[in-house]
Design a binder for this molecule. Structure first.
Ligand code: MF3
Ligand code: CO
Length: 250
C-alpha cells in the first residue's frame, strides 16, 4: 500500500527533509582533503541535535552510524571510520536521513574533493541530472516506472550503468515505505502516481559495470569492477505538473 499524505503530513516531512538538506549542504561545504569520514559523521550528529532531530539511519537494521559516507568505488552504505581518509580528487557520497517529530526525510549528494577527473565530473553531472529527470516525472498522470525508466535511459545514454541492488522508496512515517522504486524499468508500468505520495528518489550510477559487491563489514557496497559510483537523492512529493523537492534548504 502506498501512502497518500495530507498537506499537514507533507509539511512535517518537509521539515525533516529541510534539516537533512541543511546538514548535507554544510557537510559538503566543510569537506577537505585529510579529513576522515568519522569526522563528517560527528559534524552531522552535532548539527541535528540543534534541530531536535534524530538520525534515521543509526540502528536501522543494526546500522552503526548516523549517516553513510561512500568514497569513489563505494556506492552506498559506507560506514564512517577514523581510518577512512578523504583525498584530493575523490568523489564522496554523503547520504543522510533524519526523524523529526515522527516524520522522516532522506537525501544524498556526491561531492567532488578539489579537482577530479573528467570521468568523475561527467558521472556526477549525469547522476544529478538523472535525479532531476526523475523528479520531473514524479507527477500525476504518470506511472511509477516512468520515473525509473527516465533515470535508466539518461544514465545509459551517457555511457553509465544503473545499480540494480538498491532502490528508491516511499518515505514518511518510516524511512522506508512502499513502493520500492528501481532506477531502471519500463515506462507506462507500475502504480499510478497520486498527488501527496512522497518518495525518496535516489539514482546510484556506476561508471562501469552495474554489479556490486559488499565489504566484509556487511554494509559497504562497492562496484564489482572498481569503477567510480555516484549517488544523489531527494525526498519528493508527487504533484500535478512535476514532483516537488522537500529536501531543500528553504
Ligand atoms: N538513503 C539510504 C536508503 O534510503 C540509506 C539507508 S541505509 C541505513 O536506503 F541503513 F543506513 F539506514
Ligand atoms: Co533513501
Amino acid at each position: 500500500m502506498v501512502n497518500v499524505r495530507t498537506e499537514e503530513e507533507v509539511k512535517k516531512i518537509a521539515e525533516a527533509s529541510r534539516v537533512v538538506a541543511i546538514v548535507l549542504q554544510e557537510l559538503a561545504a566543510n569537506m577537505k582533503p585529510g579529513m576522515n569520514t568519522e569526522q563528517i559523521n560527528t559534524m552531522a550528529e552535532d548539527r541535528i541535535k540543534e534541530f531536535g532531530a534524530k538520525s534515521a539511519f543509526r540502528g536501522y537494521r543494526g546500522y552503526p552510524s548516523s549517516m553513510c559516507v561512500s568514497i569513489n568505488d563505494e556506492i552506498v552504505h559506507g560506514i564512517p571510520s577514523s581510518k577512512k581518509i578523504i583525498h584530493e580528487g575523490d568523489i564522496v557520497s554523503l547520504d543522510f536521513g533524519v526523524q523529526l517529530d515522527g516524520f522522516f526525510g532522506d537525501a544524498a549528494v556526491t561531492v567532488p574533493v578539489g579537482s577530479v577527473s573528467e570521468l568523475a565530473r561527467n558521472l556526477l553531472k549525469t547522476t544529478e541530472e538523472s535525479l532531476y529527470l526523475a523528479i520531473k516525472d514524479a507527477r500525476v498522470g504518470n506511472r511509477l516506472y516512468d520515473i525509473s525508466s527516465a533515470i535508466q535511459n539518461f544514465a545509459e545514454a551517457n555511457g553509465f550503468s544503473v545499480v540494480r541492488d538498491f532502490v528508491g522508496h516511499g518515505i514518511g512515517k518510516s524511512l522506508h515505505e512502499d513502493p520500492q522504486i528501481p532506477n531502471y524499468g519500463q515506462p507506462g508500468k507500475g502504480i499510478k502516481l497520486e498527488k501527496g505520495m512522497v518518495f525518496a528518489l535516489e539514482p546510484m550510477i556506476n561508471a562501469g559495470d552495474y554489479r556490486i559487491k559488499i565489504d566484509p563489514d556487511g554494509w559497504t557496497a562497492r562496484t564489482y569492477d572498481g569503477s567510480l559510483s555516484a549517488h544523489f537523492e531527494h525526498t519528493v512529493v508527487v504533484d500535478y505538473d512535476h514532483g516537488v523537492v522537500l529536501s531543500k534548504v528553504n
